[in-house]
Design a protein around this ligand. Structure first.
Ligand code: UD1
Ligand code: CA
Length: 463
Protein backbone atom coordinates (compact mmCIF):
# COMPACT_ATOMS: atom_id res chain seq x y z
CA UNK A 1 0.00 0.00 0.00
CA UNK A 2 1.14 3.52 -0.85
CA UNK A 3 -0.09 6.76 0.69
CA UNK A 4 -0.57 10.19 -0.82
CA UNK A 5 -1.05 13.23 1.41
CA UNK A 6 -2.65 16.36 -0.07
CA UNK A 7 -0.99 19.50 1.24
CA UNK A 8 -0.89 21.95 -1.66
CA UNK A 9 -3.98 24.03 -0.89
CA UNK A 10 -3.97 27.75 -0.14
CA UNK A 11 -5.51 27.44 3.33
CA UNK A 12 -7.28 30.76 2.72
CA UNK A 13 -9.48 30.44 5.81
CA UNK A 14 -6.38 30.43 8.04
CA UNK A 15 -5.52 34.02 7.05
CA UNK A 16 -1.83 33.28 7.42
CA UNK A 17 1.49 33.85 5.64
CA UNK A 18 2.59 30.43 6.87
CA UNK A 19 1.37 27.33 4.96
CA UNK A 20 -1.62 25.85 6.79
CA UNK A 21 -0.10 22.39 7.25
CA UNK A 22 2.91 23.90 9.08
CA UNK A 23 0.77 25.45 11.81
CA UNK A 24 1.59 23.63 15.00
CA UNK A 25 -0.29 21.36 17.36
CA UNK A 26 1.57 20.67 20.62
CA UNK A 27 4.90 21.74 19.14
CA UNK A 28 4.67 19.77 15.87
CA UNK A 29 3.34 20.87 12.47
CA UNK A 30 -0.16 19.61 11.66
CA UNK A 31 1.29 17.64 8.73
CA UNK A 32 3.63 15.76 11.10
CA UNK A 33 0.56 14.17 12.72
CA UNK A 34 -0.84 13.08 9.35
CA UNK A 35 2.52 11.52 8.35
CA UNK A 36 2.89 9.84 11.76
CA UNK A 37 -0.66 8.45 11.63
CA UNK A 38 -0.09 7.08 8.11
CA UNK A 39 3.11 5.40 9.31
CA UNK A 40 1.25 3.98 12.33
CA UNK A 41 -1.23 2.71 9.73
CA UNK A 42 1.70 0.56 8.47
CA UNK A 43 2.30 2.42 5.22
CA UNK A 44 5.90 3.30 4.45
CA UNK A 45 5.82 4.51 0.84
CA UNK A 46 4.48 8.03 1.36
CA UNK A 47 4.24 10.99 -1.02
CA UNK A 48 3.07 14.52 -0.30
CA UNK A 49 1.53 16.89 -2.85
CA UNK A 50 2.82 20.41 -2.25
CA UNK A 51 2.04 23.64 -4.07
CA UNK A 52 1.36 26.77 -2.06
CA UNK A 53 4.70 27.68 -0.39
CA UNK A 54 6.02 24.27 -1.40
CA UNK A 55 9.63 25.10 -0.45
CA UNK A 56 8.70 25.79 3.17
CA UNK A 57 6.72 22.58 3.49
CA UNK A 58 9.49 20.46 1.92
CA UNK A 59 12.13 22.13 4.09
CA UNK A 60 10.16 21.30 7.24
CA UNK A 61 10.09 17.61 6.35
CA UNK A 62 13.40 17.04 4.60
CA UNK A 63 15.18 13.89 5.72
CA UNK A 64 11.82 12.27 6.55
CA UNK A 65 11.96 9.79 3.66
CA UNK A 66 8.99 11.29 1.79
CA UNK A 67 8.44 11.83 -1.92
CA UNK A 68 7.16 15.23 -3.02
CA UNK A 69 4.98 16.10 -6.00
CA UNK A 70 4.23 19.61 -7.09
CA UNK A 71 0.74 20.88 -7.94
CA UNK A 72 1.11 23.82 -10.33
CA UNK A 73 -2.27 25.32 -9.57
CA UNK A 74 -3.01 25.12 -5.84
CA UNK A 75 -6.55 26.23 -6.67
CA UNK A 76 -7.01 23.25 -8.97
CA UNK A 77 -8.84 21.23 -6.35
CA UNK A 78 -8.19 17.91 -4.61
CA UNK A 79 -8.67 15.95 -7.86
CA UNK A 80 -6.05 18.07 -9.59
CA UNK A 81 -3.75 17.60 -6.58
CA UNK A 82 -3.94 13.81 -6.93
CA UNK A 83 -3.37 14.07 -10.69
CA UNK A 84 -0.21 16.08 -10.05
CA UNK A 85 1.15 12.99 -8.30
CA UNK A 86 -0.02 10.49 -10.92
CA UNK A 87 3.54 9.24 -11.51
CA UNK A 88 3.47 7.98 -7.92
CA UNK A 89 0.79 5.38 -8.72
CA UNK A 90 0.12 5.26 -12.47
CA UNK A 91 2.02 2.02 -13.01
CA UNK A 92 1.03 0.53 -9.65
CA UNK A 93 -1.37 -2.38 -9.52
CA UNK A 94 -2.40 -1.91 -5.89
CA UNK A 95 -4.17 0.33 -3.43
CA UNK A 96 -3.35 3.94 -2.55
CA UNK A 97 -4.44 5.70 0.60
CA UNK A 98 -5.26 9.33 -0.04
CA UNK A 99 -5.54 11.61 2.96
CA UNK A 100 -6.04 15.35 3.31
CA UNK A 101 -3.08 17.09 4.96
CA UNK A 102 -5.49 18.97 7.24
CA UNK A 103 -6.95 15.92 9.00
CA UNK A 104 -4.49 15.25 11.85
CA UNK A 105 -6.95 13.18 13.90
CA UNK A 106 -7.44 10.17 11.62
CA UNK A 107 -5.66 7.52 13.69
CA UNK A 108 -3.17 4.89 12.58
CA UNK A 109 -5.57 2.28 13.91
CA UNK A 110 -8.36 3.53 11.63
CA UNK A 111 -5.98 3.47 8.66
CA UNK A 112 -5.10 -0.15 9.48
CA UNK A 113 -8.78 -1.03 9.88
CA UNK A 114 -9.64 0.46 6.48
CA UNK A 115 -7.00 -1.74 4.84
CA UNK A 116 -8.26 -4.74 6.76
CA UNK A 117 -11.80 -3.98 5.58
CA UNK A 118 -10.75 -4.22 1.91
CA UNK A 119 -9.15 -7.63 2.50
CA UNK A 120 -12.16 -8.87 4.49
CA UNK A 121 -14.67 -7.86 1.80
CA UNK A 122 -12.53 -9.65 -0.76
CA UNK A 123 -12.09 -12.74 1.40
CA UNK A 124 -15.68 -13.14 2.61
CA UNK A 125 -17.76 -11.60 -0.17
CA UNK A 126 -15.44 -12.12 -3.11
CA UNK A 127 -15.81 -8.44 -3.98
CA UNK A 128 -12.75 -6.47 -5.02
CA UNK A 129 -13.47 -2.93 -3.87
CA UNK A 130 -12.37 0.01 -5.99
CA UNK A 131 -12.60 2.40 -3.09
CA UNK A 132 -13.28 2.85 0.60
CA UNK A 133 -14.19 6.24 2.05
CA UNK A 134 -13.82 7.05 5.73
CA UNK A 135 -17.05 8.64 6.96
CA UNK A 136 -18.74 9.71 10.15
CA UNK A 137 -22.01 11.25 11.32
CA UNK A 138 -21.91 14.88 12.37
CA UNK A 139 -24.69 16.74 14.14
CA UNK A 140 -23.63 19.77 12.12
CA UNK A 141 -22.14 18.58 8.81
CA UNK A 142 -21.75 22.10 7.37
CA UNK A 143 -18.69 22.42 5.13
CA UNK A 144 -18.10 18.71 4.62
CA UNK A 145 -18.89 16.58 1.57
CA UNK A 146 -22.14 14.61 2.10
CA UNK A 147 -22.15 10.89 1.43
CA UNK A 148 -24.99 9.59 -0.71
CA UNK A 149 -25.48 5.85 -0.46
CA UNK A 150 -27.57 3.10 -1.90
CA UNK A 151 -30.42 2.70 0.56
CA UNK A 152 -29.73 0.16 3.31
CA UNK A 153 -26.14 -0.62 2.18
CA UNK A 154 -22.63 0.74 2.64
CA UNK A 155 -22.29 1.33 -1.10
CA UNK A 156 -21.59 4.95 -1.94
CA UNK A 157 -23.19 6.38 -5.07
CA UNK A 158 -21.52 9.76 -4.90
CA UNK A 159 -20.25 12.50 -2.61
CA UNK A 160 -21.69 15.96 -2.98
CA UNK A 161 -19.77 19.01 -1.82
CA UNK A 162 -21.46 21.62 0.39
CA UNK A 163 -21.33 24.27 -2.35
CA UNK A 164 -23.07 22.03 -4.88
CA UNK A 165 -25.56 20.34 -2.53
CA UNK A 166 -29.34 20.71 -2.73
CA UNK A 167 -31.21 21.46 0.53
CA UNK A 168 -32.15 17.75 0.77
CA UNK A 169 -28.52 16.70 0.32
CA UNK A 170 -27.38 19.26 2.90
CA UNK A 171 -29.69 17.55 5.40
CA UNK A 172 -27.56 14.37 5.18
CA UNK A 173 -25.45 13.93 8.31
CA UNK A 174 -22.96 11.35 7.03
CA UNK A 175 -19.83 13.20 5.92
CA UNK A 176 -16.65 12.43 4.01
CA UNK A 177 -13.67 12.52 6.40
CA UNK A 178 -11.20 13.19 3.55
CA UNK A 179 -9.43 9.80 3.87
CA UNK A 180 -9.83 7.20 1.13
CA UNK A 181 -8.28 4.03 -0.19
CA UNK A 182 -8.55 3.54 -3.96
CA UNK A 183 -7.48 0.82 -6.33
CA UNK A 184 -4.87 2.77 -8.32
CA UNK A 185 -5.84 1.78 -11.92
CA UNK A 186 -9.51 2.66 -11.31
CA UNK A 187 -8.56 5.92 -9.57
CA UNK A 188 -6.48 7.01 -12.53
CA UNK A 189 -9.18 6.10 -15.03
CA UNK A 190 -11.76 8.07 -13.01
CA UNK A 191 -9.50 11.12 -12.56
CA UNK A 192 -9.06 11.37 -16.33
CA UNK A 193 -12.83 11.31 -16.79
CA UNK A 194 -14.15 13.80 -14.22
CA UNK A 195 -14.83 17.47 -15.02
CA UNK A 196 -14.23 20.61 -12.93
CA UNK A 197 -17.10 21.76 -10.74
CA UNK A 198 -19.24 24.36 -12.52
CA UNK A 199 -19.57 26.29 -9.22
CA UNK A 200 -15.90 26.55 -8.23
CA UNK A 201 -13.91 25.45 -11.29
CA UNK A 202 -12.05 22.95 -9.07
CA UNK A 203 -11.52 19.32 -9.92
CA UNK A 204 -12.95 17.39 -6.95
CA UNK A 205 -11.34 14.12 -5.93
CA UNK A 206 -14.73 13.18 -4.49
CA UNK A 207 -16.22 13.17 -8.01
CA UNK A 208 -14.28 10.00 -8.88
CA UNK A 209 -16.82 8.04 -6.86
CA UNK A 210 -19.79 8.84 -9.03
CA UNK A 211 -17.75 7.87 -12.09
CA UNK A 212 -16.66 4.59 -10.47
CA UNK A 213 -20.12 3.51 -9.38
CA UNK A 214 -21.55 4.35 -12.79
CA UNK A 215 -18.91 2.00 -14.23
CA UNK A 216 -19.97 -0.73 -11.82
CA UNK A 217 -16.86 -0.39 -9.64
CA UNK A 218 -17.73 -0.72 -5.98
CA UNK A 219 -16.97 1.97 -3.39
CA UNK A 220 -18.00 1.56 0.23
CA UNK A 221 -18.06 3.67 3.35
CA UNK A 222 -16.08 2.83 6.45
CA UNK A 223 -17.17 4.38 9.74
CA UNK A 224 -14.53 6.23 11.79
CA UNK A 225 -14.13 4.84 15.32
CA UNK A 226 -14.60 8.29 16.83
CA UNK A 227 -16.45 11.15 15.10
CA UNK A 228 -13.65 13.57 16.08
CA UNK A 229 -11.30 11.71 13.70
CA UNK A 230 -13.02 13.38 10.77
CA UNK A 231 -12.31 16.92 11.95
CA UNK A 232 -10.82 18.90 9.09
CA UNK A 233 -8.67 21.85 10.16
CA UNK A 234 -9.72 24.74 7.91
CA UNK A 235 -9.57 27.58 10.45
CA UNK A 236 -7.44 28.51 13.44
CA UNK A 237 -10.36 27.70 15.68
CA UNK A 238 -10.50 24.17 14.25
CA UNK A 239 -6.75 23.98 14.89
CA UNK A 240 -7.45 24.78 18.55
CA UNK A 241 -10.17 22.11 18.66
CA UNK A 242 -7.83 19.53 17.10
CA UNK A 243 -5.10 20.47 19.57
CA UNK A 244 -7.50 19.91 22.44
CA UNK A 245 -8.47 16.47 21.19
CA UNK A 246 -4.82 15.45 20.67
CA UNK A 247 -3.81 16.88 24.07
CA UNK A 248 -6.41 14.78 25.86
CA UNK A 249 -5.50 11.69 23.81
CA UNK A 250 -1.87 12.02 24.88
CA UNK A 251 -2.86 12.61 28.52
CA UNK A 252 -5.14 9.60 28.44
CA UNK A 253 -2.43 7.43 26.89
CA UNK A 254 -0.08 8.23 29.79
CA UNK A 255 -2.77 7.91 32.44
CA UNK A 256 -3.42 4.38 31.17
CA UNK A 257 0.29 3.67 31.76
CA UNK A 258 0.27 4.71 35.40
CA UNK A 259 0.74 8.48 35.29
CA UNK A 260 -1.51 10.74 37.39
CA UNK A 261 -2.43 13.95 35.60
CA UNK A 262 -4.38 16.52 37.59
CA UNK A 263 -6.69 18.71 35.48
CA UNK A 264 -5.46 17.19 32.20
CA UNK A 265 -7.28 19.84 30.19
CA UNK A 266 -4.62 22.31 31.42
CA UNK A 267 -1.56 20.10 30.85
CA UNK A 268 0.57 20.32 27.67
CA UNK A 269 2.45 17.11 26.86
CA UNK A 270 4.15 16.96 23.47
CA UNK A 271 4.11 13.73 21.44
CA UNK A 272 7.83 12.87 21.86
CA UNK A 273 7.71 13.09 25.68
CA UNK A 274 7.99 9.84 27.61
CA UNK A 275 6.79 9.19 31.14
CA UNK A 276 7.03 6.31 33.59
CA UNK A 277 4.63 4.93 36.13
CA UNK A 278 3.76 6.86 39.26
CA UNK A 279 4.79 10.14 37.74
CA UNK A 280 2.41 12.83 39.00
CA UNK A 281 1.71 15.95 36.99
CA UNK A 282 -0.02 19.01 38.42
CA UNK A 283 -2.10 21.60 36.51
CA UNK A 284 -0.80 24.15 34.00
CA UNK A 285 2.45 22.32 33.31
CA UNK A 286 4.15 21.85 29.95
CA UNK A 287 6.41 18.92 29.05
CA UNK A 288 8.08 19.63 25.73
CA UNK A 289 10.41 18.14 23.13
CA UNK A 290 12.20 14.94 24.09
CA UNK A 291 11.58 15.25 27.82
CA UNK A 292 11.69 12.03 29.84
CA UNK A 293 10.32 11.77 33.37
CA UNK A 294 11.14 8.60 35.25
CA UNK A 295 9.29 6.68 37.97
CA UNK A 296 7.76 8.48 40.92
CA UNK A 297 8.75 12.02 39.98
CA UNK A 298 6.40 14.92 40.58
CA UNK A 299 6.02 17.91 38.27
CA UNK A 300 4.59 20.82 40.24
CA UNK A 301 1.99 23.27 39.06
CA UNK A 302 3.04 25.73 36.38
CA UNK A 303 6.40 24.12 35.61
CA UNK A 304 7.77 24.00 32.05
CA UNK A 305 10.25 21.27 31.13
CA UNK A 306 11.86 20.95 27.72
CA UNK A 307 14.30 18.37 26.28
CA UNK A 308 15.24 17.26 29.77
CA UNK A 309 15.65 13.94 31.54
CA UNK A 310 14.25 13.81 35.05
CA UNK A 311 15.38 10.68 36.86
CA UNK A 312 13.40 8.80 39.52
CA UNK A 313 11.66 10.40 42.51
CA UNK A 314 12.56 13.96 41.69
CA UNK A 315 10.28 16.69 43.00
CA UNK A 316 9.95 19.70 40.73
CA UNK A 317 8.06 22.25 42.79
CA UNK A 318 5.77 24.94 41.42
CA UNK A 319 6.71 27.30 38.56
CA UNK A 320 10.13 25.93 37.68
CA UNK A 321 11.57 26.07 34.15
CA UNK A 322 14.06 23.39 33.07
CA UNK A 323 15.56 23.16 29.59
CA UNK A 324 18.12 20.85 27.89
CA UNK A 325 19.27 19.43 31.22
CA UNK A 326 19.52 16.27 33.31
CA UNK A 327 18.16 16.03 36.84
CA UNK A 328 19.24 12.98 38.81
CA UNK A 329 17.16 10.95 41.24
CA UNK A 330 15.72 12.39 44.45
CA UNK A 331 16.71 15.94 43.60
CA UNK A 332 14.37 18.74 44.65
CA UNK A 333 13.87 21.64 42.26
CA UNK A 334 11.99 24.90 42.85
CA UNK A 335 9.69 26.52 43.48
CA UNK A 336 10.67 29.15 40.88
CA UNK A 337 13.94 27.54 39.78
CA UNK A 338 15.50 27.96 36.34
CA UNK A 339 17.86 25.31 34.97
CA UNK A 340 19.23 25.38 31.44
CA UNK A 341 21.94 24.75 28.80
CA UNK A 342 23.04 21.22 29.50
CA UNK A 343 23.09 21.46 33.28
CA UNK A 344 23.30 18.35 35.39
CA UNK A 345 21.76 18.30 38.85
CA UNK A 346 23.11 15.50 41.07
CA UNK A 347 21.24 13.04 43.21
CA UNK A 348 19.47 14.56 46.20
CA UNK A 349 20.65 18.02 45.25
CA UNK A 350 18.36 20.96 45.95
CA UNK A 351 17.96 23.94 43.65
CA UNK A 352 15.45 26.25 45.24
CA UNK A 353 13.66 29.57 44.99
CA UNK A 354 14.90 31.97 42.31
CA UNK A 355 18.08 30.05 41.63
CA UNK A 356 19.35 30.01 38.05
CA UNK A 357 21.69 27.24 36.95
CA UNK A 358 23.27 27.52 33.49
CA UNK A 359 25.58 24.93 31.87
CA UNK A 360 26.71 23.71 35.27
CA UNK A 361 27.22 20.43 37.02
CA UNK A 362 25.88 20.25 40.55
CA UNK A 363 27.16 17.37 42.70
CA UNK A 364 25.24 14.99 44.87
CA UNK A 365 23.47 16.54 47.88
CA UNK A 366 24.67 20.01 46.99
CA UNK A 367 22.19 22.75 47.88
CA UNK A 368 21.50 26.19 46.47
CA UNK A 369 18.18 27.04 47.98
CA UNK A 370 17.64 30.75 47.47
CA UNK A 371 18.45 33.56 45.03
CA UNK A 372 21.65 32.47 43.33
CA UNK A 373 23.22 32.42 39.87
CA UNK A 374 25.41 29.45 39.03
CA UNK A 375 26.80 29.65 35.49
CA UNK A 376 29.54 27.58 33.78
CA UNK A 377 30.43 25.96 37.07
CA UNK A 378 31.21 22.52 38.43
CA UNK A 379 30.25 21.98 42.04
CA UNK A 380 31.30 18.89 43.99
CA UNK A 381 29.20 16.98 46.49
CA UNK A 382 27.52 18.41 49.56
CA UNK A 383 28.34 22.02 48.77
CA UNK A 384 26.20 24.72 50.35
CA UNK A 385 25.56 27.76 48.20
CA UNK A 386 24.12 30.59 50.29
CA UNK A 387 21.38 33.01 49.37
CA UNK A 388 22.47 35.61 46.85
CA UNK A 389 25.71 33.90 45.80
CA UNK A 390 26.72 34.77 42.26
CA UNK A 391 29.17 33.03 39.94
CA UNK A 392 30.34 35.88 37.71
CA UNK A 393 31.12 33.87 34.58
CA UNK A 394 31.24 36.68 32.02
CA UNK A 395 33.87 39.41 31.87
CA UNK A 396 32.11 41.35 29.14
CA UNK A 397 33.93 39.47 26.38
CA UNK A 398 34.29 35.82 27.30
CA UNK A 399 32.69 33.20 29.52
CA UNK A 400 34.89 31.56 32.18
CA UNK A 401 34.49 28.49 34.34
CA UNK A 402 34.35 27.97 38.09
CA UNK A 403 35.16 24.84 40.08
CA UNK A 404 34.04 24.22 43.63
CA UNK A 405 35.27 21.19 45.58
CA UNK A 406 33.15 18.90 47.72
CA UNK A 407 31.86 19.98 51.15
CA UNK A 408 32.68 23.63 50.50
CA UNK A 409 30.58 26.39 52.00
CA UNK A 410 29.80 29.44 49.86
CA UNK A 411 28.45 32.12 52.18
CA UNK A 412 25.51 34.34 51.33
CA UNK A 413 26.02 37.13 48.87
CA UNK A 414 29.51 36.06 47.89
CA UNK A 415 30.75 36.86 44.40
CA UNK A 416 32.99 34.31 42.69
CA UNK A 417 34.79 35.87 39.74
CA UNK A 418 35.58 33.21 37.15
CA UNK A 419 37.90 31.58 36.24
CA UNK A 420 38.24 30.40 39.82
CA UNK A 421 38.86 27.24 41.87
CA UNK A 422 37.52 26.72 45.37
CA UNK A 423 38.92 23.69 47.21
CA UNK A 424 37.28 20.91 49.21
CA UNK A 425 36.08 22.00 52.65
CA UNK A 426 36.83 25.63 51.79
CA UNK A 427 34.77 28.19 53.71
CA UNK A 428 33.79 31.40 51.95
CA UNK A 429 32.51 33.97 54.41
CA UNK A 430 29.29 35.73 53.47
CA UNK A 431 29.65 38.87 51.37
CA UNK A 432 33.12 38.01 50.08
CA UNK A 433 34.34 38.99 46.63
CA UNK A 434 36.70 36.31 45.32
CA UNK A 435 39.14 36.91 42.49
CA UNK A 436 41.72 34.31 43.58
CA UNK A 437 41.60 30.54 44.00
CA UNK A 438 40.93 29.22 47.50
CA UNK A 439 42.83 26.07 48.54
CA UNK A 440 41.30 23.04 50.29
CA UNK A 441 40.13 23.62 53.86
CA UNK A 442 40.93 27.38 53.82
CA UNK A 443 38.73 30.24 55.02
CA UNK A 444 38.30 33.16 52.63
CA UNK A 445 36.96 36.48 53.91
CA UNK A 446 36.93 39.80 52.11
CA UNK A 447 34.97 42.47 53.86
CA UNK A 448 35.37 46.19 54.51
CA UNK A 449 35.73 46.83 58.21
CA UNK A 450 32.45 47.39 60.01
CA UNK A 451 32.25 50.62 62.02
CA UNK A 452 29.73 51.12 64.81
CA UNK A 453 29.34 54.67 66.05
CA UNK A 454 27.21 55.06 69.17
CA UNK A 455 24.14 57.43 69.08
CA UNK A 456 24.90 58.56 65.51
CA UNK A 457 21.96 56.67 64.04
CA UNK A 458 19.28 58.46 65.96
CA UNK A 459 20.94 61.76 65.30
CA UNK A 460 20.84 61.20 61.53
CA UNK A 461 17.21 60.23 61.72
CA UNK A 462 16.18 63.31 63.63
CA UNK A 463 18.16 65.86 61.57
C1 UD1 B 1 -12.54 18.12 1.43
C2 UD1 B 1 -13.50 17.22 0.66
C3 UD1 B 1 -14.79 17.07 1.46
C4 UD1 B 1 -14.47 16.49 2.82
C5 UD1 B 1 -13.41 17.33 3.55
C6 UD1 B 1 -12.95 16.60 4.78
C7 UD1 B 1 -13.01 17.57 -1.69
C8 UD1 B 1 -13.47 18.18 -2.98
N1 UD1 B 1 -13.77 17.79 -0.64
O1 UD1 B 1 -13.14 19.42 1.52
O2 UD1 B 1 -15.69 16.19 0.79
O3 UD1 B 1 -15.66 16.40 3.60
O4 UD1 B 1 -12.27 17.56 2.70
O5 UD1 B 1 -12.02 17.36 5.52
O6 UD1 B 1 -12.03 16.88 -1.69
N2 UD1 B 1 -5.56 20.56 -1.47
C9 UD1 B 1 -4.57 20.48 -2.41
N3 UD1 B 1 -4.76 21.07 -3.62
C10 UD1 B 1 -5.91 21.74 -3.93
C11 UD1 B 1 -6.90 21.83 -2.95
C12 UD1 B 1 -6.71 21.22 -1.72
O7 UD1 B 1 -3.51 19.87 -2.18
O8 UD1 B 1 -6.00 22.24 -5.05
C13 UD1 B 1 -5.32 19.92 -0.15
C14 UD1 B 1 -5.38 20.94 0.97
O9 UD1 B 1 -4.06 21.43 1.26
C15 UD1 B 1 -5.98 20.14 2.11
C16 UD1 B 1 -6.78 19.04 1.43
O10 UD1 B 1 -6.36 18.99 0.10
O11 UD1 B 1 -5.00 19.55 2.92
C17 UD1 B 1 -8.28 19.29 1.49
O12 UD1 B 1 -8.57 20.51 0.87
P1 UD1 B 1 -9.65 21.51 1.43
O13 UD1 B 1 -9.75 22.69 0.54
O14 UD1 B 1 -9.43 21.76 2.87
O15 UD1 B 1 -10.99 20.62 1.22
P2 UD1 B 1 -12.35 20.74 2.01
O16 UD1 B 1 -13.10 21.89 1.51
O17 UD1 B 1 -12.10 20.67 3.46
CA1 CA C 1 -10.26 20.79 4.73
Amino acid sequence: MKALILAAGLGTRFKSDKPKVLHEILGKPMLWYVITNVRNGRIEDIAVVVGHKAEEVMEAFKGENLKFFFQKNPKGGTGDAVLSAKDFFSSYDGYVLIINGDTPLVSGETIRNMQQFIYMVQAYEGVKLSGVVLTTYMADPTGYGRVIKEEGTDRIIRIVEEKDATPEEKAINEVNAGTYIFYAPHLLEALYSIKPSPTTGELYLTDVIEYMTAKGYEVRSFMAKEPTEALGVNTRWELALAENVIKLKIARYWSERGVTIHFPETVWIEPDVSLERDVEIFPNTALKGRTKVKKGSVIGQGSVIKNTTIEENVVVKEYSVIEDSHVKSNAVIGPFARIRNGSEIGEEAEIGNFVEVKKSKIGKETKAKHLAYIGDATLGENVNVGAGAVFANYDGKKKHESHVGSNAFIGSNSLLIAPIKIGNYAFIAGGSVLNKDVPDEALAVSRPELKIIPKRGKKLLSE
